[in-house]
Design a protein around this ligand. Structure first.
Ligand SMILES: Cc1cc2nc3c(=O)[nH]c(=O)nc-3n(C[C@H](O)[C@H](O)[C@H](O)COP(=O)(O)OP(=O)(O)OC[C@H]3O[C@@H](n4cnc5c(N)ncnc54)[C@H](O)[C@@H]3O)c2cc1C
Length: 572
């Protein structure tokens, strides 16, 4: 498939925010789930999906779980008094709202736990107010006001955090919390077509940024699955990875420099390609998750829109074969856009979620006869993008490594389907939740020597933890975001909810999975970040000295501890 990114459907539904009436336009977006109110995940053309899931989860029938309506949800009263709010308004001049819609839509992110709470109307810590500053000066004034008056500040971008990153915490000694939403700060300030950089305000949503760059013939190359509803500042603050990060890098590789406004003043890092002037400060601020200040703008490394973009499928006889193919490709010096390898269970789930034509069925029958057993076979999507000459060479290297490891080419159709549906799958989560099914995702990264063992240990520990509570669960995974020395591995977990104990069930599973990552040489997070959910493990990840160092940096920038308390660094 030769497709042009400019003509793609990547961002057709991405109009999330506008500048004219802060807060109001989010009505089109689900406050209780993922994406647009008007959209769901279609299953009518996939009749094999529900029977497969019922059998796998050992369920006799589907249940139905209801959710609260907007009108039924009750929010705790605002803790910041009217006089203080009036002073915020006078001092900051920013749009500020204490309306129910604004407070509710900024109260939680999009993790499984967040969605459980939203659907049941359990909103324990909504912000007391939501501020919509129009520029850096307003952010600075707001932060000094917050520091002087001990009000916590929660920076908010798209709110797609899956680690509890945007839920205001009850911080000791603070009067309340104001969430700062940068949606009015979304200008592309400058594009340098010589150095290939773009200076952009941090509140720009993914689709708008990409559209603006595409108009000028450029792309950032950052497409997380949450792309349509996430925002530049959030990507930078949580070290996000796009689906083609193998080629373009993670967001931290894309930031040439940034501006951070902290309660203790502004910090601009120098816009140079590289520097030996001590440790890189920008790398300390990238991933700071709103705990050190508000990132207001960044200078980003951009690319020419790729002339060629080709996605195709390959089938392997085993997960090990697929892993070896990725490793060999990455260690050859060639850099494909993507090598996304599903394990046998994810391969099966993908099949169950495809509309199986007669040709597909025939193909699967043939593969089985050739030794690609359903219980072991693994599908890979190989993506190549860029200049035609380079794509040709890189594709040759990758396909060569795959073939050496026994892969069977299953064609461009699989690649085209993946590209077309790459942002659709999150809509399935709401459908599953409607049927009382736990669905969560988590990820890590490790080196090649540990990857296969980590994969096996994770699957076992997650499924055993779920079984402990008397239900059958399934954990399936894919390897993506590859490097010469290792790769990220991403899990999806499904299980029937244990009625009345949904939170305990999730906590049991999450603890087992995270302990397993830590014991098997994985990182606490490759791209979702730490938030509040991973914070209990941060000392184990960074070591005592490492954590103390980060906390000392935070104290310099945020002496009163008002910035996003409880996230990343735990309680400090
Ligand atoms: C369906 C789904 C798919 C996902 N797929 C991916 C994926 O493919 N790759 C990936 O990396 N992640 C993914 N995520 C996780 C999430 O989208 C990312 O963490 C993303 O980077 C968060 O962006 P956001 O704009 O929604 O930020 P938010 O959720 O609003 O914020 C994230 C964190 O950054 C802080 N923050 C936000 N803006 C600023 C700022 N301007 N200055 C300082 N701090 C700030 C917040 O306080 C919070 O701690 C997915 C999530 C969902 C729900």
């Amino acid at each position: 498939m030769e497709s042009d990114i400019r003509a793609s459907r990547y961002y057709q539904d991405g109009q999330v925010c506008n500048t004219s009436s802060p807060g109001k336009d989010l009505n089109a977006v689900k406050w209780w789930g993922w994406g647009l109110e008007s959209k769901t995940y279609p299953l009518d053309d996939k009749p094999q999906f529900w029977p497969y899931l019922l059998k796998t989860l050992k369920l006799a029938k589907l249940s139905k779980c209801s959710r609260m309506t907007f009108e039924e949800v009750r929010l705790p009263p605002c803790r910041i008094d009217d006089r203080t709010l009036a002073r915020v308004k006078r001092t900051v001049g920013a749009g500020i709202s204490t309306g129910k819609h604004d407070r509710l839509t900024h109260s939680l992110g999009k993790s499984y736990l967040d969605l459980l709470n939203l659907r049941q109307g359990l909103i324990r810590n909504p912000p007391d107010a939501v501020a919509y500053p129009k520029d850096e000066q307003e952010v600075a004034k707001l932060l000094s006001f917050a520091r002087a008056n001990r009000i916590s500040i929660v920076p908010f971008a798209g709110g797609s955090s899956v680690v509890g990153g945007v839920e205001p915490a009850k911080a000791r000694g603070t009067k309340g919390a104001i969430t700062v939403d940068l949606r009015r700060m979304k200008n592309v300030l400058h594009v340098d077509a010589v150095s290939l950089t773009a200076t952009v305000e941090a509140g720009i949503p993914g689709p708008e940024l990409e559209n603006e760059l595409n108009k000028r013939g450029f792309t950032l190359g950052h497409f997380p699955q949450s792309f349509q509803f996430s925002v530049l500042g959030g990507w930078i603050a949580s070290r996000s990875a796009g689906q083609v990060s193998t080629k373009y890098g993670k967001i931290e590789d894309m930031v040439e420099s940034l501006t951070l406004v902290s309660p203790n003043g502004k910090l601009d890092t120098k816009a140079v390609p590289a520097s030996a002037s001590g440790p890189q400060l920008k790398q300390v601020l990238i991933g700071s998750e709103g705990t050190m200040g508000v990132i207001t703008k960044a200078k980003l490394r951009i690319h020419h829109v790729p002339a060629v973009s080709r996605y195709e499928g390959l089938m392997f006889k085993s997960f090990r074969n697929g892993i070896n193919a990725i490793r060999e490709t990455m260690q050859s010096g060639s850099v494909p856009a993507m090598m996304r390898l599903s394990d046998p269970d994810e391969t099966m789930v993908s099949l169950m979620l495809s509309s199986q034509s007669a040709t597909t069925k025939l193909g699967l029958w043939m593969l089985e006869r050739l030794g690609y057993a359903p219980s072991r076979r693994c599908v890979m999507i190989l993506g190549s993008e860029g200049d035609p000459t380079i794509v040709k060479a890189e594709r040759q290297v990758a396909v060569g490594a795959c073939k050496r490891n026994g892969a069977f080419a299953i064609g461009k159709g699989v690649g085209a389907t993946w590209l077309n549906e790459r942002f659709e799958l999150p809509y399935l989560r709401d459908v599953l939740l409607d049927h009382c099914i736990l669905v969560d995702t988590l990820e890590t990264a490790t080196t090649w020597d540990k990857l296969e063992a980590l994969h096996g240990a994770m699957k076992r520990s997650i499924e055993e933890a779920i079984a402990e509570m008397g239900v059958a669960g399934l954990a399936f995974a894919h390897v993506s975001h590859a490097y010469p020395d290792g790769a990220s591995i991403y899990y999806t977990i499904v299980a029937p909810q244990v009625a009345g104990k949904e939170v305990r069930q999730w906590l049991t599973m999450k603890k087992a999975a995270t302990d397993c990552i830590m014991q098997n040489g994985g990182t606490l997070s490759h791209h979702h970040g730490i938030g509040k959910d991973h914070a209990p493990w941060i000392k184990q990840e960074l070591g005592e000295n490492g954590l103390a160092l980060l906390r000392a940096i935070k104290r310099q920038l945020d002496p009163e501890g008002v910035m996003n308390p409880g996230k990343l660094l735990g309680s400090n």
